[in-house]
Design a protein around this ligand. Structure first.
Ligand code: CP
Ligand code: NVA
Length: 303
């Protein structure tokens, strides 16, 4: 049966751990210049309704390194942009390619594509989730900090697609997660609802509470793609939620700061914190490649 990756909770805990281990294998393989081409003759269609640097490059290169091919489809330049039904696009693309990645607005679009496609569908970011980012982030935390369940992980900022994916990751793997946001920018109610009886996840409006004794602090932009019109009111509402040196005083001495990028310096993260943790942040970006290669292999290679 084909599998899709529309959100983190599409995985079982064992599958999640398996993908993190395979990501480590992919990284070692690349560092030692080993050739590993299990996707020879396979192809991935990548539909973009929003901008992207990392997701596009890491999927495109990932397919090539595994021996396959990726096709970049900007929604505006295809019939999708002129209103062709997702159900038809899904059935057409499934006749050509072996998997489809989509970056879009509504999560419903990803789910509709997955429903009609006979090839696996990957969510490359929707307004609700960013699960590929989460695979890379979990892999990065594991690589830099070890056993995920022994850590306190904080997410500070907008209750957006990245926050929702952290919450699902915490549910899946039993992580200790503290999420801090201004009240009007809570995570999605349905996702928060899944977490409400889990003692390992804290929701708060106090960024210091989330940062206290944290091993890992994550943040993301206050104005996500598609929300540009809300920029001014958002910047005001997020005052006090910037990950800066003062907030970091509450975290463990050896805490790391992560950012999925792109970053807005001196909004969600201060210039000095960004530069102090630039190696972590760019390793996180690099790890998109390794984690997605693991995902592509898992979805496209019959075992
Ligand atoms: N983090 C991330 O998804 O980056 P892009 O928007 O550049 O793909
Ligand atoms: N929350 C951000 C993530 C960008 C990778 C957005 O949706 O724009």
């Amino acid at each position: 049966m084909k599998r899709d990756f529309t959100k983190i909770l599409d995985l079982t805990p064992d599958e999640g751990i398996y993908l993190l281990e395979r990501a480590a294998f992919m990284k070692r393989m690349r560092q030692t210049r080993g050739e590993y081409v299990p996707l020879r003759g396979k192809s991935l269609a990548m539909i973009f309704e929003k901008a992207s640097t990392r997701t596009r490059v890491s999927f495109e290169l990932g397919m090539e390194e595994l021996g396959g091919k990726a096709l970049h489809l900007s929604a505006a330049e295809t019939q999708i942009g002129r209103g062709e039904a997702i159900s038809d696009t899904a059935r057409v693309l499934s006749r050509y390619v072996n998997a489809i990645m989509i970056r879009t607005y509504a999560q419903k679009t990803v789910e509709e594509l997955a429903r009609w496609s006979t090839a696996p569908v990957i969510n490359g970011l929707s307004d609700l989730y960013h699960p590929c980012q989460m695979l890379a982030d979990l892999f990065t935390v594991r690589e830099l900090k070890g056993d995920l369940r022994r850590l306190k992980i904080a997410y500070i900022g907008d209750g957006n697609n990245v926050a929702n994916s952290w919450i699902e990751a915490a549910i899946l793997l039993g992580l200790n997660l503290a999420v801090a946001f201004p009240e009007q920018y809570r995570p999605a109610p349905a996702v928060e609802g899944l977490a409400c009886d889990k003692g390992n996840i804290i929701f708060t409006n106090d960024p210091m509470e989330a940062a206290r004794e944290a091993d890992v602090i994550n943040t993301d932009v206050w104005v996500s793609m598609g929300m540009e019109e809300e920029k001014n009111e958002r910047i005001k509402a997020f005052a006090g939620f910037s990950v800066d040196e003062k907030l970091l005083e509450h975290a463990k001495k050896d805490a790391i700061v992560m950012h999925c990028l792109p970053a807005h310096r001196n909004e969600e993260i201060s210039e000095s914190v960004f530069e102090r943790f630039q190696d972590v942040i760019f390793t996180q970006a690099e790890n998109r490649l390794h984690a997605q290669k693991a995902l592509l292999e898992w979805l496209m290679v019959e075992v």
